[in-house]
Design a binder for this molecule. Structure first.
Ligand code: SF4
Length: 63
């Protein structure tokens, strides 16, 4: 299964992922962008977010 992961060290907090795909991306309790734990992820929408993230800090990870 493929899961999106965010490299927080590169995130510039533009909130693009939160606007485009709030069912997958959230701001966690310490203020960082986080991926919500789901049994499956909407591939096309997540890929769109990956494509628009200004710092390319979201990637798929095989688990
Ligand atoms: S789109 Fe990328 S840079 Fe913008 S908040 Fe999300 S992870 Fe951070």
């Amino acid at each position: 299964m493929r899961v999106p992961v965010v490299d927080i060290s590169e995130c510039v907090d533009c909130e693009g992922c939160l606007e485009l795909c709030p069912t997958v991306f959230r701001r966690n309790e310490v203020g960082y962008i986080d991926v919500i734990s789901l049994s499956e992820y909407p591939e096309a929408t997540v890929q769109e977010v990956i494509n628009v993230c200004p710092t390319d800090c979201i990637a798929w990870e095989e688990i």
